[in-house]
Design a protein around this ligand. Structure first.
Ligand code: FCB
Length: 412
């Protein structure tokens, strides 16, 4: 049982959200977006107004860390503008509520959304995004240096760049623009390095830790003989994993990061060029027939998690935070089994000497899951979106995770 495992005493047991997915009332490229289920993010979980209640829920869950985004579009109305003091004060209050509940924040600077003036200027294809982002990082870190030491510059740069410019899933919905994909990754990697230098300029209450969150999907061929699928898997691995890690962590760039954030959900196996995952519209019955275990998004692959952690440890030698892991399903037993299996792998990796310092369950709340709207249930707390009051309710997965978080007290 994962609940009986001992983790390091100072391990961060957290949960995660992102502004566009939970806050509501954001003005960015997602504001007018209508998801596959007809949902939009205009109110989402109304976390913007209800963060105090949500911190109380976190305290009840027993988490000691929270990975949260700060929405850039709220804080700067133009490049190099001073920070909006009212919006800043709201985030500061949220951070103070977290502190009062003994919850350590990790702040994400970019999580799939941009201020409208960045979008209007061509987004991350325009090199002008770099100095603007670095200015934001510099000002925000100066404002929060007493309260925040864990800084996550970019969330899943390759998910962002591929869904915007290769797969047409995120605004501006472009497809097969390989050069654009490449350019966005290069710009973000450079912005990460510069932002890291800017953040370190501050005198922090506690030495800052800075990193990106890399989403890791492993790609493979479903049928051993299908050479074409092996080839496509290799190309995907190169484009979405190797190239991205080289840009962010290769050569001199390595110094920009003090940790590596890992978002791990599972793998994608290819069958005649088709990825066998629910997000690719492969029906659940078909996956079952093929013996593929998946949640409502990806094929699950817990053993790949352990292997990945060892690989990252050997290759980069950086401390690791699991910045996201979770499963979307209405079957709570499945989610509990999935979490357990991944925590067993995590525990084994730590025992093997991998320096993992925290785990952030995705997500605190059921929320606006980008293209899919409100149909993917990831929350430790469920949210009833049919009720205007958006009531939160503890799930059984939440109870299970609470048990894990509490066990940290007895950890050796
Ligand atoms: C990750 C994203 C997060 C959420 C989860 C399910 O790729 O970072 O916002 O969508 O997947």
């Amino acid at each position: 049982m994962a609940g009986d495992l001992k983790f390091p005493a100072n391990f961060l047991w957290g949960t995660a959200t992102s502004p566009t997915q939970v806050e509501g009332h954001v003005v960015n490229e997602w504001t007018d977006y209508v998801a596959a289920d007809g949902g939009h993010c205009r109110v989402a979980c109304d976390h913007y107004h209800r963060y105090q209640e949500d911190v109380d829920w976190m305290a009840l869950l027993g988490v000691n860390a929270y990975r949260m985004g700060i929405e850039w579009s709220r804080l700067q109305s133009a490049p190099f503008a001073p920070l909006n003091q009212t919006e800043l004060a709201r985030y500061v209050h949220l951070l103070d509520c977290l502190k009062a509940a003994n919850i350590t924040p990790m702040v994400v600077l970019h999580h799939f959304s941009n201020p409208p003036w960045i979008t209007a200027a061509g987004g991350w294809l325009n090199p002008a995004a770099l100095p603007a982002f670095v200015d934001y990082a510099a000002k925000l870190s100066a404002a929060l240096k007493e309260r925040v030491y864990l800084w996550n510059t970019f969330n899943e740069p390759n998910t962002y760049a591929s869904l915007t410019y290769l797969l047409g899933g995120f605004p501006p919905f472009l497809k097969w623009r390989f050069l654009s994909y490449r350019k966005v990754i290069k710009h973000m990697a450079e912005a990460h390095a510069q932002a890291s230098r800017a953040i370190r300029q501050n005198k922090f209450a506690r030495a800052p830790e800075i990193g990106i969150a890399k989403n890791w999907t492993s790609f493979g061929a479903f049928q051993a003989f299908a050479l074409w699928d092996h080839l496509l898997a290799e190309i995907s691995h190169h484009a979405f994993n190797r190239f991205v890690l080289d840009e962010f962590l290769g050569g001199a760039q390595r110094e920009a990061s003090t940790f590596l954030g890992v978002n791990y959900y599972g793998r994608a196996r290819l069958n005649h060029f088709q990825a066998l995952v629910p997000t690719n519209n492969v029906p659940a019955e078909r996956l079952k027939e093929l013996g593929i275990v998946s949640d409502d998004m990806f094929e699950r692959h817990p053993t790949g998690f352990g292997k990945l952690l060892k690989k990252f440890h050997q290759r980069y030698g950086l401390p690791i935070y699991i910045t996201e892991h979770g499963a979307a399903s209405s079957d709570e037993d499945f989610r509990i089994r999935d979490l357990s299996a991944h925590l067993l792998e995590l525990h084994a990796a730590i025992n093997h000497g991998v320096d993992v310092r925290g785990f952030f369950y995705w997500s605190l709340l059921d929320n606006f899951e980008w293209q899919f709207g409100y149909t993917k249930k990831f929350g430790l707390l469920s949210v009833d979106f049919s009720d205007q009051k958006l009531p939160r309710k503890m799930t059984r997965v939440g109870e299970f995770y609470r048990g894990i978080c509490q066990s940290r007290e007895t950890a050796a």
